[in-house]
Structure formats: structure tokens, C-alpha cells
Design a protein around this ligand. Structure first.
Ligand code: SF4
Ligand code: SF4
Length: 97
């Protein structure tokens, strides 16, 4: 059996970007910067969509999102994530097997 790591498996998926219409948004960037200590979204997201910047801010780029919902759950204390599925025809296309 050939060993395949997670990054290689993820690379097999395809993603159709809905340009200018991200399906997940941070509601209030100031809460991320000033209130949220852990910034848990930046390490729970399997697709690395959230990134902690050196100046304390958090950026979100939803390209490659796996629609797992983890960021919505992990941010429940602050409820600072607007989460929807992508519009039809957009988003992740999983390749199984
Ligand atoms: S967990 Fe929520 S509040 Fe904290 S940095 Fe992420 S999106 Fe912002
Ligand atoms: S739904 Fe999952 S993959 Fe998409 S941004 Fe949130 S944690 Fe990352």
C-alpha cells in the first residue's frame, strides 16, 4: 500500500471560487484582534483559511475551504463568524478514494 499524507489527499480535491462572494466572513475584525486571545480558528482550520498576522489581526481567505464547520464551532464563544455554504456550483468538490 502506498502511504499518502493529508496534504496530498487535499490536493486531489478541486475548488471553484465564487469571486467576490466569500461564503464565510469574520463579522468584526476588532474582536479577533483585541478580544480573542486564542485565535483558535487559525490552527483548527484544516485548509489553513485563517491566518494570524504578526500585528495581531486575523485574515480569512475561504478559497480551499472544506466546509467542515470547525471554525464556526471553535468561534462559538465570540460568535464572530458568519458561516454559509457556498452558492450552488461553487466551493469544494471532493474526490473520494
Ligand atoms: S476564533 Fe473567532 S474571534 Fe477568534 S480570531 Fe478566529 S474568527 Fe476571530
Ligand atoms: S469550514 Fe472548515 S475548512 Fe472552511 S474555513 Fe472553516 S474550518 Fe476552515
Amino acid at each position: 500500500m502506498i502511504a499518502v499524507n493529508v496534504e496530498e489527499k487535499l490536493f486531489q480535491n478541486r475548488y471553484r471560487v465564487d469571486a467576490g462572494r466569500p461564503h464565510i466572513q469574520i463579522k468584526d475584525a476588532d474582536i479577533c484582534t483585541n478580544t480573542c486571545q486564542d485565535k483558535s480558528c487559525t490552527y483548527v482550520c484544516p485548509a489553513s483559511c485563517y491566518k494570524a498576522e504578526g500585528n495581531g489581526t486575523v485574515t480569512l481567505i475561504t478559497d480551499g475551504c472544506l466546509e467542515c464547520g470547525s471554525c464556526r464551532i471553535i468561534c462559538s464563544e465570540h460568535a464572530n463568524v458568519n458561516w454559509e455554504y457556498p452558492r450552488g456550483g461553487h466551493g469544494i468538490l471532493f474526490k473520494f478514494g
